[in-house]
Design a binder for this molecule. Structure first.
Ligand code: HGY
Ligand code: MN
Ligand code: MN
Length: 411
C-alpha cells in the first residue's frame, strides 16, 4: 500500500492555485470562488474513483466509498480547505490530500473494507470569513443549531446560510454526525508548532487538543477633536484598549501553564488622525489545554476590561464567540497509530495540540485520532508555512494503514 507522493504534491499545487492573494500567501475563504474551485477539484478526484458525494449540514462535504457492510458505522478521514487571510499552503490541505490519496490507493488496490469509508472536508474551520471557527463541524455534530447560520454574517453582512446556497452547497444529506453512524475519525494535520522539528520526530500523535475561547471586545468612548480637547477631558477608547491589550499579555504570562492569549484584529473608529477614537473593537483568542485555567484566564481578562474602563468612565461590550473545550483524543486510536508508526520503524511523539481542529468536535462523537507532521521552524498561518513532501507522504501512509485496519475490523 504505497502512497504516491507525486500525486500528493500535484494535489497540493492544484488546490493552492485557488487563491485570492497570490502575491501574499494563500487566502481561500469559505464558499468564495477560490473555495468552490478547490472543493470542485477534490470532489472531481473523488468522483473519479467512484466515491458518492454528499453536501452535508453546515456546508461540509462527504465523499463515501461503500463498504461490504454499507449500513455499518463509517470510518471518516479528512480536514479543511478554508484558510486564514494570507495563510500557508499546508494548513488543512495536508489532511484533505492525505485522505484523497489514501482513498485512491484503497480503490486502486481493491483493498477490501467492511465499513464505509468517508472522506470529508469541513467548512469554515478557520473562521476567517464568518468570525466563527470550527463552524462547519459545530453544525454537523449538532453543537450549534442550524438556525444560527442565518444569523452569523461575514463583514459584508452576508449570512452563512446565504453564502452556502449562493456557492451551490445545497444540502443533499441532512443527517448529523452521531455516534452510531461512525466508527472513527482520523485527521492528518501539520503541527503548526516546532516541537517535532526541535525534538527530531517525523510523526506526532495527538493525545489532547487545547480549548479555545474567542471573544470580541468593544470599548466605547467619545469621539472628539484632537486639537481642542484637553488631555484630562477625554474619553479615548484607544488609550483604554491599549492598556487592556497590555494587560492581556501580562495575565497570560502570569498564569503560565501553556496559557496563550492573542489580539489578532483591531478596528478603531472613526480612524482619523485628528479625531480622538470613540470606539475600538478587537478580537481575543484565549487557549489552554485545561478548562479551569482557560476559564480563569478569560475571567481575569474580563475583570481587567472592567477595571480599566471603570477608571476611565468608558463603556464596553464583551461578546463571547466560538468556543471549543479542551478534549482528549481516543486512546484506542492512539495505540493503533503507535503500532502502525512503529511498523515503519519510526518512533512517534505523543503530544498536545495548541492549535484547534475540527477533530476536537468529533472527539465526543466517535473514536478520534490526529496525526501531526512537522512544520518547518514551527511557522504556520503565514506564507512561510512549510512541510516536507516526504513527511506528508509518511503521514498519509499512516492514515491509510490505520483507516484500512479500522474499516476491515468487525470490532
Ligand atoms: O486557530 C486554530 O488553531 C486553527 O488553525 N483554526
Ligand atoms: Mn487547520
Ligand atoms: Mn489554521
Amino acid at each position: 500500500m504505497a502512497v504516491r507522493i507525486e500525486r500528493i504534491q500535484n494535489d497540493i499545487e492544484r488546490i493552492n492555485k485557488f487563491n485570492a492573494t497570490p502575491e501574499k500567501g494563500i487566502t481561500r475563504l469559505t464558499f468564495s470562488e477560490q473555495y468552490q474551485g478547490a472543493i470542485g477539484y477534490v470532489t472531481d478526484e473523488l468522483k473519479y474513483i467512484g466515491a458518492k458525494i454528499s453536501y452535508c449540514p453546515g456546508g461540509n462535504i462527504k465523499a463515501s466509498l461503500a463498504g461490504s457492510d454499507d449500513n455499518g458505522p463509517a470510518v471518516m478521514m479528512g480536514s479543511h480547505l478554508d484558510t486564514v487571510m494570507h495563510g500557508g499552503r499546508f494548513d488543512g490541505v495536508v489532511g484533505v490530500v492525505s485522505a484523497l490519496e489514501a482513498a485512491r490507493i484503497i480503490v486502486e488496490e481493491k483493498i477490501a473494507h467492511r465499513r464505509p469509508i468517508d472522506i470529508v472536508v469541513f467548512a469554515e474551520e478557520e473562521g476567517a470569513r464568518f468570525n466563527w471557527g470550527l463552524l462547519g463541524s459545530s453544525i454537523w455534530t449538532g453543537k450549534l443549531d442550524l438556525t444560527r447560520l442565518s444569523a452569523i454574517k461575514d463583514t459584508d453582512g452576508v449570512t452563512y446560510a446565504e453564502a452556502m446556497v449562493r456557492a451551490g452547497f445545497e444540502v443533499s444529506d441532512a443527517s448529523l454526525l452521531e455516534p452510531q453512524k461512525l466508527r472513527a475519525m482520523l485527521e492528518v494535520h501539520i503541527e503548526q508548532g516546532a516541537v517535532l522539528e526541535k525534538r527530531g520526530y517525523r510523526i506526532g500523535l495527538v493525545e489532547a487538543i487545547a480549548g479555545i475561547q474567542h471573544l470580541d471586545i468593544t470599548i466605547i468612548g467619545r469621539a472628539d477633536h484632537a486639537g481642542t480637547t484637553p488631555m484630562d477631558d477625554r474619553s479615548d477608547a484607544l488609550q483604554a484598549a491599549a492598556r487592556i491589550i497590555t494587560a492581556v499579555e501580562e495575565i497570560a504570562q502570569k498564569i503560565g501553564s501553556n496559557t496563550v492569549a492573542t489580539i489578532g484584529r483591531i478596528a478603531c473608529e472613526p480612524g482619523q488622525a485628528n479625531v480622538i477614537p470613540g470606539r475600538v473593537k478587537f478580537s481575543l483568542d484565549v487557549r489552554n489545554p485545561n478548562k479551569a485555567i482557560l476559564d480563569s484566564t478569560v475571567a481575569a481578562i474580563n475583570q481587567a476590561v472592567n477595571d480599566i474602563c471603570g477608571k476611565r468612565h468608558l463603556g464596553f461590550e464583551i461578546i463571547p464567540l466560538d468556543t471549543a473545550p479542551p478534549v482528549s483524543l481516543s486512546n484506542e486510536i492512539l495505540d493503533l497509530m503507535v503500532e502502525k508508526t512503529r511498523e515503519r520503524h519510526v518512533e512517534p511523539l505523543r503530544m498536545i495540540s495548541g492549535a484547534g481542529h475540527d477533530s476536537a468536535l468529533l472527539a465526543d462523537v466517535t473514536e478520534t485520532g490526529m496525526i501531526f507532521v512537522p512544520s518547518k521552524k514551527g511557522r504556520s498561518h503565514c506564507p512561510q508555512e512549510f512541510t516536507r513532501l516526504e513527511d506528508i507522504g509518511l503521514g498519509c501512509e499512516l492514515l491509510l494503514s490505520t483507516v484500512v485496519a479500522l474499516a476491515a475490523s468487525s470490532g
